[in-house]
Structure formats: C-alpha cells, structure tokens
Design a protein around this ligand. Structure first.
Ligand SMILES: Cc1cc2nc3c(=O)[nH]c(=O)nc-3n(C[C@H](O)[C@H](O)[C@H](O)COP(=O)(O)O)c2cc1C
Length: 214
C-alpha cells in the first residue's frame, strides 16, 4: 500500500519527461500494472468508450514521430500508448456493454433494461458532437490513472497532445473503425541528461485554484 509520503513524493518526482533513455525497458510485471490502470479507469455509465493502442513497431513509431512535432519521446520511450475515443454511441455498443455487465455480474439481462434505456436516451440519442467531446473526456480519465500509476511505480511518463490526430488515424489504420486518436502517453525511464527533471514545478498557489464552498 502506498503511504501518504510515497504518494506525495511520487507526485513531486514525476514530470513530463522530454528525453528518454532508449536502452531502458519497462518490465513485464510493471507493464501489467500499467495496463491494468487503464482497464480499471472509471467512465461515465461505466461504458468505456475508448481503445488503447500500444505501438511496439519501431517503424510505425518513426512515422508517428514525424507527425508529433518530431518529439523524441515517441521513438525513445519504452512504451507508447495512443488513446483513441469512440466517435459514436450506438445501441449496438450499449447492448455489448449490457451483455458484459450481465456476464460479469451473472444477472439476467432483462434486469438491466432500465439502465439500458437510460443509456440509449442519454448517449445513443445525444447529438454526435456532444458524444465526441464526452467520449474524449472519458479517455483523459484513463490517461490520468495511467500517469498516477506510473508515478507510483517510479516509471516516467509524458502525456502528449503535440501531434496530428488525423495522421495518427491514418498511420494506425483507425480510419473507418469508429475510433479516433485524441492523445498519447510515452512511458519509460528518463535520460540522465534530461534537464527538465531538475526544474521546479510551476503550479498556481493552492488558494487560487482550490475553493471551499461553505
Ligand atoms: C494533455 C496534455 C498534453 C501534453 N502534451 C505534451 C506534449 O506534446 N509534449 C510534451 O513534452 N509535454 C506535453 N505535456 C506536458 C505538460 O507540458 C506538462 O505536464 C506541464 O507543463 C506540467 O509539468 P509537469 O507535468 O512536468 O509537472 C502535455 C500535458 C498534458 C496534460
């Protein structure tokens, strides 16, 4: 179990790594913990409108780097995760989710009819643009879980939006799949010469961001 001290230290220790040591790889057991943090992330209705693509192929990573402002994290990090969000919420997907609840919790699917109707009303019938934004928000929750878990494991990470999502979709064959790239996270171990690791964290003062409504 992480103690308060460990959590505080991990939050201070982590930083958006700019340069990775390409020779250092995340162990299989740590990787399992990291992917589990993605699977365990909460989402609205629990519907999980996302996919996480782990790009292992070095040539593909080179192509992605070229459309990511040439950021070296794309190729040098041990692992590279692309966060894709589901563009549309249709009844078929909601049914798939309902079937999964019924399977995991061993309940009669009919007992979920009310919940299903609510999801159809609020998601499947919602305007497309609204769902796109909503879906992307869910993906960022998973990103947060991954970043925090990495920090607790003392694994470096970089959340990344400095990239062209449409080019990612093309390179990764996502076009027509119903999923689109929204952001990425590089993970691995910092290069000893990454000067960013020594920089002071810049955050607004607590009282300007956190307000207690009494
Ligand atoms: C959604 C998101 C996108 C980001 N995109 C990039 C990026 O493309 N490249 C990069 O080097 N850092 C990127 N960052 C890192 C931020 O600049 C960094 O988190 C912020 O300056 C705070 O610093 P810290 O994370 O080191 O504490 C991104 C961060 C977030 C949350």
């Amino acid at each position: 179990m992480s103690s308060t001290k460990q959590i505080m230290e991990a939050l201070e220790w982590r930083y958006a790594t700019k340069r990775y040591d390409a020779t250092k790889k995340i162990s299989e057991s740590d990787w399992k913990t990291l992917t589990n943090s993605l699977l365990m992330a909460p989402s609205s209705y629990g519907v999980q409108p996302w996919k996480f693509l782990i790009v292992e192929n070095p040539q593909v990573r080179e192509q992605l780097k070229a459309v990511s402002w040439n950021q070296t994290q794309v190729t040098d990090a041990s692992h590279y995760v692309v966060f894709a969000y589901k563009e549309e919420m249709d009844e078929a997907f909601i049914q798939k989710y309902v079937d999964r609840i019924s399977e995991v919790r061993k309940v009669n699917p009919e007992s979920l009819n009310g919940y299903k109707a609510m999801m159809i009303e609020n998601l499947a019938k919602a305007p497309g643009e609204k769902i796109k934004v909503w879906s992307q928000r869910q993906a960022y929750i998973a990103m947060g879980f991954l970043l925090e878990t990495a920090a607790l494991l003392k694994i470096d990470a970089t959340p990344m939006e400095g990239l062209d999502p449409a080019s990612y979709d093309k390179i990764l064959g996502l076009e027509g799949s119903g999923y689109k790239t929204v952001a990425t996270v590089a993970l691995g171990y910092r290069h000893a010469e990454d000067t960013f690791q020594n920089m002071q964290k810049v955050r607004f003062a607590e009282d300007s961001v956190i307000e207690y409504v009494k």
